[in-house]
Design a protein around this ligand. Structure first.
Ligand code: C2E
Ligand code: MG
Ligand code: MG
Ligand code: MG
Length: 290
């Protein structure tokens, strides 16, 4: 009996592995057509300057409206896009789309709003791809600082001589660099010296328990102080409560992003709610901090 159950459980185990593999394969095939079918869309989340309450930046966040499965989160499909190489075409699309939006904002609104785009390290693997971006972006004549690229610490850790060149080519046309999820990657900080980084985005895992956890509080304060000494701006990710906001203000954090102010929203709604109606001034979302 026991032996039978054991074998049965093993069969279940391999079946669920098989199901997971099938699911990923189907998703990969679906994702390959998602771009041309227009199923991908960018949502936009405000980034608010502390003190002034001004809408200083926005982050473009990718969404996939799957025809049968509904909305699939990037946490699920970005890894699939990276494994399959589809991230290269998807990433080009994201950057082009975001650059057009940044240009429209620069032309239509008095207020300077920087648009930040997430970049996968794989997109920097070929030199020519980045040079193509630089060529295309140069034709737009974006005001300097209109566009920022967010990448994780992991990308800067590998010593690649082309990376310096790629980043300076981007910088020469006014694109800024941000480190995303700061504090969760490799611990070497020497890259902060080597590369010109404008912004550190402090990962949500530090902010989450900042009110209760003294260690998280100290780490966050130390990151902000270090960044200040280096002349780097800080953005706190995942700010959900007024208490977190107050602490970050005390620590001298420059900007915050999180559900306390707004969730990522479609472009029309973003422009309507945060630029046109609110005049670029953000208030706490009364529904967020309950
Ligand atoms: P990320 O770049 O760190 O983006 C921030 C994530 O935190 C977003 O999740 C955002 O919706 C979420 N978030 C913002 N405020 C709060 C908050 O107050 N509380 C909580 N719990 N979450 C908050 P999202 O949109 O699901 O994106 C997840 C990740 O997927 C991103 O993390 C980024 O690494 C990746 N991603 C998104 N769009 C793209 C893209 O266009 N290209 C690439 N390569 N990666 C992308
Ligand atoms: Mg990001
Ligand atoms: Mg992040
Ligand atoms: Mg994060």
């Amino acid at each position: 009996q026991a032996k039978y159950e054991g074998r049965n459980r093993f069969t279940h185990f391999t079946q669920s592995l098989q199901q997971e593999a099938d699911r990923r394969l189907t998703l990969t095939n679906d994702l390959a057509c998602a771009l041309e079918r227009g199923e991908l869309e960018l949502f936009y989340q405000p980034i608010v300057e502390l003190g002034s309450g001004r809408l200083a930046k926005a982050e473009a966040l990718l969404r996939w409206r799957h025809p049968r499965r509904g909305m699939i989160s990037p946490g699920e499909f970005i890894p699939i896009a990276e494994e399959s190489g589809l991230i290269l075409d998807i990433g080009d699309w994201v950057l082009n789309e975001a650059a057009d939006v940044a240009l429209r904002w620069a032309m239509n609104y008095e207020q300077r709003i920087q648009l930040a785009v997430n970049i996968s390290p794989l997109q920097f693997a070929e030199r020519t791809r980045v040079l193509q971006w630089v060529d295309r972006l140069a034709t737009l004549h974006l005001p300097p600082g209109s566009l920022a690229l967010e990448f994780t610490e992991g990308m800067l850790i590998r010593e690649r001589p082309e990376l310096q060149q790629q980043l300076s080519a981007l910088r020469s046309i006014g694109v800024e660099m941000s480190i995303d999820d700061f504090g969760t990657g490799f611990s070497s900080l020497s890259y902060l010296k080597r590369f010109c980084i404008e912004t550190l985005k402090i990962d949500r895992s530090f902010i989450k328990d900042i009110a209760e956890d003294a260690t998280d509080r100290s780490l966050t304060e130390a990151i902000i102080l270090m960044a200040k000494k280096l002349g780097i701006k800080t953005v706190a990710e995942g700010v959900e409560t007024a208490v977190q906001l107050r602490l970050l203000e005390q620590f001298g954090c420059d900007c915050v992003q999180g559900f306390l102010f707004a969730r990522p929203t479609p472009l029309d709604e973003f422009e309507m709610r945060f630029i046109k109606e609110a005049g670029g001034m953000l208030r706490m979302d009364p529904m967020a901090d309950l």
